[in-house]
Ligand binder design. Sequence first.
Ligand SMILES: NC(=O)C1=CN([C@@H]2O[C@H](COP(=O)(O)OP(=O)(O)OC[C@H]3O[C@@H](n4cnc5c(N)ncnc54)[C@H](OP(=O)(O)O)[C@@H]3O)[C@@H](O)[C@H]2O)C=CC1
Ligand SMILES: CC[C@](O)(C(C)=O)C(=O)O
Ligand SMILES: [Mg+2]
Ligand SMILES: [Mg+2]
Length: 343
Amino acid sequence: MAEMFYDDDADLSVIQGRHVAVLGYGSQGHAHALSLRDSGVDVRVGLPAGSKSRAKAEAEGLRVLEPAEACEEADLIVVLAPDPAQRKLYAEAIEPNLVEGDALFFGHGFNIRFDYIKPPAGVDVCMVAPKGPGHLVRREFSEGRGVPVLVAVEQDASGKAWDLALSYAKAIGGLRAGGIRTTFTEETETDLFGEQAVLCGGASQLVQYGFETLTEAGYQPEVAYFECLHELKLIVDLMYEGGIAKQRWSVSDTAEYGDYVSGPRVIDERVKQNMQDVLADIQNGTFAQRFIDDQDAGGPEFAEFRKKSEAHPIEATGRELRKLMAWVKSHDDDYVEGTSARS
Ligand SMILES: NC(=O)C1=CN([C@@H]2O[C@H](COP(=O)(O)OP(=O)(O)OC[C@H]3O[C@@H](n4cnc5c(N)ncnc54)[C@H](OP(=O)(O)O)[C@@H]3O)[C@@H](O)[C@H]2O)C=CC1
Ligand SMILES: CC[C@](O)(C(C)=O)C(=O)O
Ligand SMILES: [Mg+2]
Ligand SMILES: [Mg+2]
């Protein structure tokens, strides 16, 4: 059984006694910076001079400094820039400003797990990794709820790193939903697996294949969109509330019987073998190497993938239909319809 932690297990005053630099103000960065601030923590944001995010952070009343300046002022640095940017950010802005007694925090273990960052002794190295997108981490916190977190200590130089990590997790609302004690390795490998095989890669491919199968058979794209994408949220909401059992409780017996007959036909044992192959590539570093090599070359493969996916016909159909459903709207003012890139 996992070791679980809730609000009563953590002392907020621990993180309230620190000076925090949040590096990056994107999906996770804005959520952590604003929720730490709202929890009474001294926060500054570190962003490069020409950063597009500067105006957003300043509009929220946050102090924004260059990353190196923010790190120099702080005794706790949380690295929430994109994973492939972290190695250079660490070498240029973080490492020169780390002193004994400081703490280095991450929202995901990628750079520690794959050895792109090697922190010095004398520094606590911790992770508070939300199990949800940053925009939801902030939305849930603001509404008095929270997104679960995985918490890990890689290096306990102070002897108090665990209490510090738990206090941080409480300050961003993670312990309202529950924190699980883990390791950087377990978090990194399971997170990469989940997003590739199930949550993002698996689900997106399933939806696109469903849409293609119906439209290529001559059915209307709008019907295919409602069936394969729009309704998926409503079905997943039931799973979120009560597991797969509750979803099966609510759908018709026809759907439930079809689920048992055709689910394993569509997602057969070869899919499980594919998942095992994906997991092996994560564990042996093949995926990390491919991603970082592409990013180091300016991301040509990434840009090609993104362009192809944005051009899939399901996106255009969905854009038109969502305009007609006033209640289906983006909660995020800075989201630009039709793009995967963050503005
Ligand atoms: N996205 C998510 O929901 C989740 C992310 N994580 C982890 O959190 C971390 C952050 O990911 P995510 O929030 O998606 O990142 P984003 O892509 O949203 O981060 C972009 C932000 O980082 C800034 N940035 C880019 N380069 C630098 C730099 N060199 N120095 C400082 N700031 C920089 C960007 O500035 P500009 O505006 O100028 O581009 C922007 O503010 C990663 O480790 C990720 O794996 C963990 C759980 C979920
Ligand atoms: C599912 C994708 C994720 O792992 C997340 C939101 O938890 C990410 O890296 O963004
Ligand atoms: Mg994740
Ligand atoms: Mg992830």
